[in-house]
Each structure stands twice: as structure tokens, then as C-alpha cells.
Design a protein around this ligand. Structure first.
Ligand code: ZN
Length: 411
């Protein structure tokens, strides 16, 4: 994303420096290299914020420190742990590799380098059915026993650090620490009788994050600042300095407001003229499990953006934010549909209400319809991404202003 914003002439800001911002300017800032906020300021100043937030992380396996484990003096496997709540089975029997960051010792301090070991490196092998006759009758995967990837034969011993150092362009002794993860090597694909579906790893929530970024690049803010926010750590509860529970969004808005000399009261008024779209993928009706969906709110792939409802506010949508978002979709000429969990099912949660606890503005939870959420290979509609880009583009270019008594103007 940083590369895309650089290519489009956005100015990179650093949280450790004073920000000099100008009306009509385009800026972005990254926190921890894993969360990012980009924003466009209207030419004639601003009266509020149009914010779209998504998350960049996905359930995955993290490589533990001292990862190599020797088996029978014949093989080396790697010690990993779960990050987030994944479906375990799809991770088995497919080529995997390692990506993440390596922190290197330098004369001046430390330096971070991102790496991707761009080859089929690992497989987590299933146990043969002959040794596990019940595998098709519901199997409980033990993360410490069943999910450790095979790295090599005994000659590979001590080789992990060497491969990481090579990928980072440094020597093994210079590596101080790492944050490294497994990833699925299977490339994304377009499939279906009429090419109507896509499948890929990490559609939750990169499909939303991509749509939000694309829309920001295409939009022209008029009265409100258009702000694209991508958080990290949604899959583990958002409680990190770069997650939705952190002050990242609030800090950025505070610095923008200070740069434009807004008073404390003006800052509070700005919140009344602001709107947040929490965009995180949604469950559509499953072809083999259609009874798992709510009887009357049944999203399908390629039928448009899903508005999510939850009476207990696991999703932030209420009648006002729902109504405003429906108007935005209508303005964009984009179809939308609705989701609610079955009344006897708990369902998941997302970053909307967590972010709202930091920045209290009208918020809606939406997402694109998908299957197999939290598998390492998910399925979604080929047409829906473009719908979200279009709606987000209209959203970023609009202004929602509170005029009291539950009434809002949309221009
Ligand atoms: Zn998600």
C-alpha cells in the first residue's frame, strides 16, 4: 500500500516528526509497518471525516523462536503457534513458505527488513487415513502436534537461520529477532462456469482493504477529509498499538486537527459530521450448508455489499448508519444486501465497535460476501470488489453532516 500511495504522489508522514499539512494535500502514515492510514484533505478545508477502516491481518501460523525440531535424527520440522482462529485442515498437504520481518543489528541501532522466501519450502503433512481411521468423522487438530511443518531431512539442521539471513541480505550473526509467518503458496484464481468467483488466501480482509485503497486513490473529497485506515491484529482482538483498540486513528485525526488549528469544541463538532465504514468480509449462504444462514437475511456472492446487523452491537450498524449507507449505495448505483446471524448462533465480531470506542462517530459494519472465512484459501464473488470500490469512492467524495434530532444531510 505504501508503494501505491508513493506512486500516486501521497506524502509519507512519520509519527516521530512534526506534521506540516496543507489543504488539498494527500498523506499517509504507517504504524509498525503493519497498519496504515492515508488521507486526502479537501482544497477548501474540512468540516468532518469520511473514514473507511479494514484490517490487514489474517489467521496464520507464526514461527516460534528456536523453531527447529529434530525427529529421529532423520528430519527437521518447525515449531509454530497459531495467530488467530484459522480452519486448520486446509493448511495441510499444500506448499507453504515463510514471510515476515527480520530485525538486524547495525552500527547505529537496529534495522527492519521485510522478507519473503519465494519458493515452496514447507508442507504440513496429514497422517494417513490408515493410521487415523476417524479423520473424516470430526478430528480435533492439536496445534503443538498436528500442525508443525516439515522443513527438510537431517542435512537441513541449522538451515532455517541461513535461509532467513540470505532472504534478508545479511549474515546469520546479524539477526537479532524476527516476526515470521507461514503462508499458503497457492496463487489466487478465477473460477466458476462463467468465471464468477475468485479464490485466494486472505480475502478476509484484504478484499476490503484493497477496495478502500483503490477508492481513496480515485476519489475527490469535497467538504470532508477522506481517510483510509487499515488496522493490524483484528484477528487477535485488536489490543495492540497498531490495532483498532489503539489510538492510531484518534492520534492521526488529532494531529490533523491540530495542524489546522481546530479548537477543542470544533474537534467535537467535527465528530458529528463524520462517518466510519467498518469494512470486513461477511458470510454468504453456503451451498452445502444453507440452513446455517438467517432465514430472511441471506447474502449471496456477486449480489453486492453486505450490511451487517447485530442487536447486541457486535456490529455497529443501526437504523441511522444503515440508512445513510443505503443512500450512499443508491447514489453509487451499487447493489447491497443484509446479514444477521441466526438468532441461535453467536457469530463473529469485527473492528467497528472497537474503533468506535476510540473515535465515537456514526459507524456501519459492512463487508463483501465470501465462503470459507479463515481458511487459507477463501472464495468470494468476482464482481463484488468493484461494487465496494464504487460505493467507497462515492462515500469518500461525500459529506455526512449532523443537523440534530437524528437528522443528517448527505451531500
Ligand atoms: Zn475479518
Amino acid at each position: 500500500m505504501s508503494d501505491a500511495f508513493d506512486a500516486h504522489g501521497f506524502t509519507r508522514l512519520n509519527e516521530g516528526e512534526v506534521w506540516k499539512l496543507e489543504a488539498g494535500g494527500n498523506y499517509y502514515v504507517s504504524r509498525n509497518d503493519s497498519a496504515l492510514i492515508a488521507f486526502r484533505i479537501p482544497k477548501n478545508g474540512y468540516v468532518g471525516y469520511q473514514i473507511m477502516a479494514s484490517h490487514a491481518d489474517s489467521p496464520v501460523f507464526k514461527i516460534k523462536t528456536n523453531a527447529e525440531i529434530e525427529v529421529d535424527n532423520a528430519m527437521i520440522k518447525l515449531n509454530v503457534e497459531k495467530y488467530g482462529g484459522m480452519i486448520c485442515a486446509p493448511w495441510l498437504d499444500r506448499p507453504l513458505s515463510i514471510a515476515g520481518r527480520v530485525v538486524i543489528d547495525t552500527d547505529k541501532g537496529i534495522e527492519t527488513r521485510l522478507i519473503n522466501i519465494d519458493k515452496d519450502l514447507l508442507i504440513i503433512p496429514n497422517l494417513a487415513i490408515h493410521m487415523n481411521h476417524d479423520v473424516n468423522n470430526g478430528y480435533s487438530f492439536n496445534a503443538q502436534k498436528d500442525m508443525l511443518p516439515l522443513f527438510g531431512d537431517i542435512d537441513a539442521k541449522g538451515g532455517l537461520l541461513r535461509i532467513i539471513a540470505e532472504a534478508a541480505g545479511t549474515k546469520e550473526s546479524a539477526i537479532l529477532d524476527t516476526d515470521l509467518y507461514l503462508y499458503n503458496r497457492n496463487k489466487g484464481t478465477v473460477f466458476g462456469a462463467n468465471n464468477e468467483y475468485i479464490a485466494s488466501g486472505r480475502l478476509d480482509d484484504l478484499q476490503s482493504a484493497f477496495s478502500s485503497m483503490k477508492a481513496l486513490l480515485l476519489s475527490e473529497p469535497k467538504r470532508n477529509i477522506a481517510l483510509h485506515c487499515v488496522y493490524d491484529n483484528e484477528e487477535v482482538g485488536s489490543l495492540s498499538k497498531q490495532g483498532a483498540a489503539s489510538g492510531f486513528l484518534k492520534d492521526v485525526m488529532g494531529r490533523i486537527n491540530s495542524a489546522f488549528g481546530k479548537s477543542d469544541e470544533e474537534k467535537l463538532i467535527l465528530l458529528q459530521n463524520s462517518f466510519l465504514i467498518s469494512a470486513d468480509n461477511a458470510h454468504c449462504v453456503h451451498p452445502n450448508q444453507s440452513d446455517k444462514a438467517d432465514p430472511t437475511n441471506r447474502p449471496y456472492m456477486n449480489k453486492g455489499i453486505v450490511i451487517k446487523y447485530s442487536a447486541n452491537q457486535k456490529y455497529t450498524t443501526d437504523a441511522i448508519s444503515g440508512a445513510l449507507f443505503r443512500k450512499i449505495c443508491n447514489k453509487a448505483g451499487v447493489p447491497y444486501q443484509t446479514f444477521a446471524n441466526r438468532s441461535d448462533m453467536i457469530g463473529g465480531s469485527t473492528l467497528g465497535n472497537i474503533s468506535t470506542s476510540q473515535v465515537a462517530v456514526n459507524t456501519i459494519d459492512i463487508g463483501l460476501p465470501q465462503l470459507a472465512m479463515h481458511s487459507c484459501y477463501e472464495t468470494a464473488g468476482a464482481r463484488d470488489t468493484a461494487y465496494l470500490v464504487k460505493a467507497a469512492q462515492v462515500f469518500y467524495s461525500s459529506s455526512v453532516e449532523g443537523i440534530g434530532n437524528g437528522s443528517y444531510s448527505l451531500s
